[in-house]
Design a binder for this molecule. Structure first.
Ligand SMILES: NC(=O)c1ccc[n+]([C@@H]2O[C@H](COP(=O)([O-])OP(=O)(O)OC[C@H]3O[C@@H](n4cnc5c(N)ncnc54)[C@H](O)[C@@H]3O)[C@@H](O)[C@H]2O)c1
Length: 194
C-alpha cells in the first residue's frame, strides 16, 4: 500500500481541527501535517506536526510539499460567506488563488489527491427550495458562492486537462462542538441563538 502523507491547509479552523484529528487517527499522527496562517489551534497541540503557512505564497507552499513528501492536500483555507461580503475582493482573491496554487502544485508534483470543500452557497434564490438537485439553476449571490462555483469548474478543468484527482462536496452550514465556527452563516446562526 502507498504511504500517504497529508497536508491540511487551514487546519486551525472550524473543520480543520476535527478533520486533522480524524485523519491522524486513520493515517497516523506523523503523516498528517497541520498548517495555517494563524497559530496552531490549542486542540491540535501535541497531536502531530504543525507548520505555519500562507497558502497564497505559492513558493513556500511548494517547498513544504516537497520537504514533507506530501501526497495529498486538504485545502480548507477560505474566506467564508459573511466575512466575504465585508471584503469581496479579498474573498475572491484568497478563495481562487489558494485553489489555483494547490491545483498547480498537485499537477507538478503528481499528488495522489486534493480535497477542497465547496458549499451550498453556490445556490441562490432562484434554485429550487426543496429537494434541490446537484445540477439545477445555480445563480449565487455572494462572492463566496461565486468563488465556490468557479472553483468547482477549476477542479473539473484540472481533472480533465491534467488528470489531477481532486474531490469536492457542497457542504451545508456545519455545526461543531470542539472548534469555533469561522466567518460563515453558521457563525451568524449560532450568535442569533446564543
Ligand atoms: N464551516 C462550514 O459550515 C462550511 C460550509 C461549507 C463549506 N465550508 C468550507 O470548508 C472550508 C473550511 O471552512 P471552516 O469553516 O473550517 O473555515 P474557518 O474560517 O473556520 O477556517 C479557515 C482557516 O483557514 C485559515 N486561513 C485563512 N487564510 C489563510 C491563508 N492565506 N493561508 C493559510 N491558512 C489560511 C484561517 O486562519 C482559518 O484557520 C472552507 O473552504 C469553507 O468554504 C465550510
Amino acid at each position: 500500500m502507498v504511504k500517504e502523507k497529508i497536508l491540511v491547509i487551514g487546519a486551525s479552523g472550524q473543520i480543520g481541527v476535527e478533520l486533522t484529528m480524524a485523519l491522524r487517527k486513520i493515517y497516523g499522527n506523523a503523516n498528517v501535517v497541520a498548517s495555517d496562517l494563524r497559530e496552531e489551534n490549542p486542540l491540535l497541540k501535541g497531536t502531530g506536526p504543525y507548520v505555519s503557512l500562507d497558502v497564497m505564497n505559492k513558493e513556500m507552499l511548494h517547498v513544504q510539499v516537497i520537504r514533507q513528501n506530501i501526497t495529498q492536500i486538504y485545502l480548507l483555507a477560505a474566506i467564508l460567506s459573511a466575512t466575504g461580503e465585508k471584503n469581496p475582493n479579498l474573498a475572491w482573491s484568497l478563495n481562487m488563488q489558494s485553489l489555483l496554487n494547490v491545483l498547480d502544485i498537485a499537477r507538478e508534483e503528481k499528488l495522489h489527491k486534493v480535497y477542497w470543500p465547496s458549499s451550498i452557497a453556490v445556490f441562490g434564490p432562484t434554485s429550487p427550495k426543496q429537494n434541490c438537485p446537484q445540477q439545477t439553476i445555480i445563480e449565487p449571490i455572494t462572492v463566496y458562492g461565486i468563488s465556490k462555483y468557479a472553483g468547482e469548474f477549476w477542479c473539473n478543468y484540472y481533472f480533465n486537462r491534467y488528470g489531477v484527482d481532486v474531490r469536492s462536496l457542497r457542504y451545508p452550514g456545519l455545526i461543531s462542538y470542539k472548534s469555533e465556527p469561522g466567518g460563515g452563516t453558521t457563525r451568524l446562526c449560532c450568535r442569533d441563538f446564543s
